[in-house]
Design a protein around this ligand. Sequence first.
Ligand SMILES: Cc1cc2nc3c(=O)[nH]c(=O)nc-3n(C[C@H](O)[C@H](O)[C@H](O)COP(=O)(O)OP(=O)(O)OC[C@H]3O[C@@H](n4cnc5c(N)ncnc54)[C@H](O)[C@@H]3O)c2cc1C
Length: 350
Amino acid sequence: MNAIARPPAGGTVETDVVIVGAGPVGLFAVFELGLLDIKCALVDILDKPGGQCAELYPEKPIYDIPGYPIITGEGLVEKLIEQIAPFKPTFHLSQMVESLAKDSDGRFRLTTDAGTTFLAKAVVVAAGGGSFQPKRPPVPGIEQYEGTSVHYAVRRMEDFRGHDVLIVGGGDSALDWTLNLQPLAKSLTLLHRRDEFRAAPDSVRKMRELVAEGKVKLALGQVSGLKGEGGQVTHAVVKDKDGAEVHHEATRILPFFGLTMKLGPVANWGINFNENLIPVDTATFQTSEPGIYAIGDINTYPGKLKLILCGFHEAALMAQAAVHVVSPEKKVVFQYTTSSSSLQKKLGVI
Ligand SMILES: Cc1cc2nc3c(=O)[nH]c(=O)nc-3n(C[C@H](O)[C@H](O)[C@H](O)COP(=O)(O)OP(=O)(O)OC[C@H]3O[C@@H](n4cnc5c(N)ncnc54)[C@H](O)[C@@H]3O)c2cc1C
């Protein structure tokens, strides 16, 4: 992945436009706004850009991106980041935009859960289906251990060093972290309900090698309870396939049961919603609030298709409208990148 500017969280960032969501559509919006000399900051809850393409299907081939007969989710995100690099957007990752309000000077003030404040002349909501939330397994009392012993993502591998780690699941996340955490953990058990795995075959093969070497324990069954005190788990109670209860030593538990998408705080920003989607004017992609635009999966209008290519089109039209809000004095002349030397200069190709 290309180097991207990731300023530390916190403080106040003044910019022309804040784009909420660094999915494929939010990323392409940087390009369309950049051609009009508009500076952007991108914010995303995820720790990487790419939205659904990066989080849900990085290795799946996409066949309907114009000009690419086949490209993976991850490949498309890399190309988009390369394409927007000349415009030097700042990426504010691992933070969720919580609030959006208007200041007395007419600028929008957005705040994140990581303590960053943005002041911007316009806002582009490219929040897709909202925020990805891990699915919580149906284990009684699991909430009291979340954030201490039970984690749904690995933020810092060091937090798992020297622990009895129990990983639950059979997909790519479960297998990837089994392989990555095994060298650090005191012990590592992979628990899955059956001896078949959805993860990449190569990861499954490597896991089975570690099991054969006695470095990873593979258990079949389901977690039925957790034992511990003061927010710290000591044991997981596992019901095996014959219904017998087995206690596994575990001080760190990583359940990987997939992700769901929840709309999250976007719903409270005073913008009109219709069944969890933001209605927009299809000439400008403006929402019910002047200066706030919505593009990509989050918006709705007659004939809307939740396709990446539709989001790209929306980004182009949004930029042509937003420029009048961001730079009202600017005379906008429509130009092609093929023939405009001023656009080519901005792109750094001449
Ligand atoms: C399995 C699968 C296969 C698909 N295949 C195709 C295909 O072949 N072709 C195609 O065109 N489309 C496909 N799609 C659909 C495509 O991925 C979506 O249309 C596209 O990702 C929408 O892009 P987006 O940028 O609007 O939203 P998203 O990709 O959903 O990105 C939105 C981003 O906003 C962030 N966000 C949300 N709320 C906040 C907040 N409050 N603060 C900060 N960040 C926030 C989220 O974390 C997320 O990263 C597929 C989808 C799936 C699930």
